[in-house]
Design a protein around this ligand. Structure first.
Ligand code: SF4
Ligand code: SF4
Length: 210
C-alpha cells in the first residue's frame, strides 16, 4: 500500500523554478516554429509569410514540421503597454468569449502546485472589480461583446487587458478574432498558450524581472 505523505516527502518540492531557471517542460509545439528547410508547407491559417510565423495566426498544429521546428522559446507574446504598479500582486480575471476549452485549462494551470503563480504574486480572481488584468480568450461571439466590455470597464486602473490565444488574436480556424472591439495591453499567442509563456508574459507586462 502506498502512503501518500511518504510519497510526497520522497518526491520533495516539484514546483518549477521558472522564471529564475529554464522552462524545463515546455510543450514544444506551443512555441513559435522556426524555419529549418525550404519544403512546401500548407499552413491551415496562412500563418507563414516570408519564412516567419505569425504569433497571432499560428494554431500550433505542427503541419509545417517538414520545414519548421518548434523554437522552444517563451517569446510567444508581445507587451504593447507596460503597466507599472502591479509588481507585488496581480489578480487575473478570465473571460471566455468562445473557446474550445483548452485556453481556459492552460491559464488555470498557472495556479496549480507545479507552476504555482502565487509565488510570483499572480492570482486568479472571480470578479473583474478585483482584477488587475483581464484575459479574454476565444473567438468573437456577439452575445459576449457586451459582457466583456463591461468587465473591462469594471476593472480598476492601472490594469492590463490581455488578448489570449490564437482565436482571440485572429480567429484561428474557427471564427473571427477580437482585435476590432478590444484594445490590448498584452497579447499572448499559442493554441493554447503554454503556462511558462503565460507566466513570463504576465511578469513582463507588469514590469517584473524575468
Ligand atoms: S504550426 Fe500549423 S499553424 Fe503554425 S505555422 Fe505551422 S502549419 Fe501554420
Ligand atoms: S486558441 Fe486554440 S486552444 Fe485557445 S480556444 Fe482557440 S482553438 Fe482552443
Amino acid at each position: 500500500m502506498r502512503i501518500w505523505p511518504v510519497d510526497s516527502m520522497r518526491k520533495g518540492k516539484v514546483t518549477t523554478k521558472f522564471p529564475k531557471k529554464p522552462n524545463e517542460t515546455i510543450s514544444p509545439w506551443s512555441t513559435l516554429p522556426e524555419k529549418i528547410g525550404d519544403g512546401d508547407v500548407e499552413c491551415p491559417t496562412s500563418a507563414i509569410e516570408n519564412g516567419q510565423v505569425s504569433m497571432e495566426k499560428c494554431i500550433s498544429c505542427g503541419a509545417c514540421m517538414t520545414s519548421f521546428k518548434p523554437s522552444l522559446k517563451t517569446d510567444n507574446y508581445r507587451v504593447i503597454n507596460n503597466t507599472k504598479g502591479l509588481k507585488r500582486s496581480l489578480k487575473v480575471f478570465i473571460i471566455d468569449s468562445g473557446t474550445c476549452g483548452a485556453c481556459n485549462t492552460e491559464l488555470h494551470a498557472i495556479a496549480n502546485p507545479y507552476y504555482d503563480s502565487s509565488r510570483l504574486g499572480i492570482f486568479l480572481t472571480n470578479t473583474p472589480k478585483q482584477a488587475d488584468a483581464i484575459a479574454i480568450m476565444g473567438v468573437y461571439t456577439p452575445k459576449m461583446e457586451g459582457p466583456l466590455l463591461a468587465a473591462i470597464n469594471a476593472m480598476a486602473r492601472p490594469g492590463i487587458v490581455i488578448l489570449f490565444g490564437a482565436c482571440a488574436l485572429s480567429g484561428g480556424i474557427i471564427g473571427k478574432g477580437l482585435e476590432d472591439i478590444v484594445t490590448p495591453d498584452l497579447i499572448i499567442g499559442g493554441c493554447p498558450p503554454d503556462p511558462f509563456v503565460i507566466l513570463e508574459a504576465l511578469q513582463k507586462a507588469r514590469g517584473g524581472k524575468i
